[in-house]
Design a protein around this ligand. Structure first.
Ligand code: GRF
Length: 199
């Protein structure tokens, strides 16, 4: 049997963790996918994603601001787990330069709108969807992109759109977008893993 390489993933998430859950379900328990989710990194002690990690038997790392931004950015923990790819799924802190340098083109994020519109600091969750509704956009969608030093700015990997109707609210739009995220984020992660493993 030829040696099968495996991509070790850390998911950074600080919310409910529904995207993290979908990614875990899609790849973590399926050896053929060539990926292992080694760590869930979180900055909120009461975040739902911590339970999801616990139920899946995945280690968690609770991080604090000072060390993340002005210390070693938790690189030793990421190195110890031999992390190859970082997947942001509802992680709201900016990624420090140190981490971006250590993982060039190896950090991805999902944004619940069609970047470059409706991105940037403070543009998350409900704020994004309300801005889209207020601007009477006919379409919104999701963007999966590489992470660079600016918020919601790196090279775009994937986008998918959905229609916005006159009777849509920020809540109904949020549900449509979540469904799109759950459908596509695991697939995009899988594709990146395949590329990485065949290198
Ligand atoms: C998603 O909508 C994602 O686009 C954004 O944060 C949200 C996370 O939701 N970056 P969940 O915690 O995965 O349910």
């Amino acid at each position: 049997m030829p040696h099968q390489s495996v991509t070790n993933i850390a998911i950074f998430a600080s919310g409910a963790g529904s995207n993290a859950k979908k990614i875990i379900e899609a790849i973590h328990f399926n050896k053929e996918k060539g990926a292992s989710i080694k760590l869930i990194v979180c900055n909120k002690p009461d975040a739902g994603v911590l339970n999801i990690a616990k139920n899946a038997g995945i280690d968690t790392l609770l991080i604090e601001k000072e060390r993340f931004f002005r210390g070693d950015a938790y690189l030793p923990e990421l190195k110890e787990k031999e992390i190859d790819l970082i997947v942001l799924a509802g992680f709201l802190w900016k990624i420090p330069t140190q981490l971006i340098r250590a993982y060039p083109d190896k950090i991805i994020n999902i944004h619940p709108a069609l970047l470059p519109k409706y991105g940037g600091k403070g543009m998350y969750g409900h704020f994004v969807h309300q801005a889209v509704i207020d601007a009477k956009e006919k379409q919104s969608g999701i963007t999966i992109h590489y992470v660079d030093e600016l918020y919601d700015h790196g090279k775009i990997i994937f986008q998918e759109t959905c229609n916005v109707y006159e009777n849509d609210t920020a809540d109904t739009l949020a549900s449509k977008i979540h469904a799109l995220e759950h459908l596509h984020y695991p697939k995009v992660v899988e594709e990146l893993v395949q590329m990485q493993n065949h290198r």
